[in-house]
Structure formats: structure tokens, C-alpha cells
Design a protein around this ligand. Structure first.
Ligand code: HEC
Length: 155
């Protein structure tokens, strides 16, 4: 994923739109980014099922999952992390920690590690079950590293 955070957008947008419209916009941003992460999870899950032997390895199916993960890794999540949508401002609706906005460099680093792990997994998954097995753990590790820093454990 790419992450270019909006810093000044909120103030500008607040002038243009009313308060209620801004609240809708904030809720929509949270829904959109949660949906994005569900997309990641679903596609990685398809590969994980093969790696664990729950379903047979299938090169065509594996290529579809990795193509989706590659496409998702090109999405710029910046617009979805609207200022004012952390888990303190919107308790119960999001697990995004304020650190996302206070430590954007750290967040970008985590997303770059993730993109790199996805690239390696795409190559490996096309080569067969064993290469898939040896690379998939690194992607899981990249997901977890970002969650440890930027996602609350609970709502
Ligand atoms: C750069 C940081 C980062 C990376 C990398 C990352 N995540 Fe997340 N993830 C988050 C954040 C932040 C949230 C919380 C979103 C929210 O609630 O606003 C989240 C939420 C989620 C959720 C919960 C979605 C929901 O419905 O609330 C799932 C599932 C998830 N991530 C899976 C993954 C998987 C699988 C990967 C790796 C393939 C991954 N994430 C990589 C930061 C990341």
C-alpha cells in the first residue's frame, strides 16, 4: 500500500462542507479502509489455505490471489486516513491509533516493508507450493508489524 497522508485537507474540507457531511465522510473513510484490509486478508487467506494444505496448491488460483495483492499494494491509503478518524475521535468504530498521524514516517516504512514482502510472495507463489510456503510467513510478519505499531487490539 502507498500512504500519503492528507495534512491540511480537513480544515479546507470543513469550510466547504457542513459538519454533518464531514461526519459522514469520516465514517465512510473508516468503512473504506476496513474494507481494504478485509480485501488483503481474504486474498492472503487463499494463499495461506494452500500453504497449510487445507486446499490443493493451484498455480492459476495462486496467481489470481497474488495479482489482487499486487493491485492492492498499489492503492494509496492516504485519503482513507482522514485527520480526525483515529480510535479516540471515533471510539468503537475504528482501531486506527493516533500514531498513524503522529508518526507518518513509521507508517510509510511499515507499508514499504509490506509491499516488498508482497512482491517476493508473488514471485514465490508462481514457482510452486514450497516457495509459497517459505515466503508467506514474511507477509504475515509485515502485517503484524504494522498492527503492533498502528492498530489497537480492540475497539
Ligand atoms: C501499514 C500498516 C498496515 C499493514 C501493512 C497491514 N495492516 Fe491491517 N490494519 C492496519 C490498521 C491501521 C488497521 C485498522 C483499520 C481501522 O480500524 O481503521 C488494520 C486493520 C486490519 C483488519 C481488520 C479490518 C476490519 O474489518 O476492521 C484486518 C483483517 C487486517 N488489517 C489484515 C491485514 C493483513 C492480512 C495484512 C497483511 C497482508 C495487513 N492487515 C497489513 C494497518 C496495517
Amino acid at each position: 500500500m502507498k500512504i500519503k497522508l492528507f495534512v491540511t485537507t480537513l480544515a479546507v474540507a470543513a469550510v466547504l462542507a457542513g459538519g454533518a457531511a464531514m461526519a459522514d465522510r469520516a465514517e465512510d473513510a473508516v468503512k473504506a479502509r476496513r474494507g481494504y484490509f478485509q480485501m488483503l486478508s481474504f486474498n492472503l487467506g487463499g494463499l495461506a489455505a494452500m500453504a497449510k494444505g487445507e486446499v490443493d496448491y493451484n498455480a492459476v488460483a495462486a496467481a489470481k490471489f497474488t495479482a489482487n495483492l499486487d493491485a492492492l499494494s498499489d492503492v494509496d491509503l492516504g485519503p482513507l486516513f482522514l485527520p480526525g478518524t483515529d480510535n479516540q475521535a471515533m471510539a468503537g468504530k475504528t482501531r486506527s491509533l493516533p500514531a498513524i498521524w503522529s508518526n507518518p514516517t513509521g507508517l510509510v516504512g511499515r507499508s514499504e516493508d509490506f509491499n516488498e514482502a508482497i512482491d517476493l510472495l508473488s514471485i514465490a507463489a508462481a514457482q510452486g507450493l514450497n516457495p509459497l510456503r517459505s515466503e508467506i510467513g514474511k507477509v504475515g510478519g509485515a502485517c503484524k508489524a504494522c498492527h503492533d505499531d498502528f492498530r489497537a487490539k480492540d475497539f
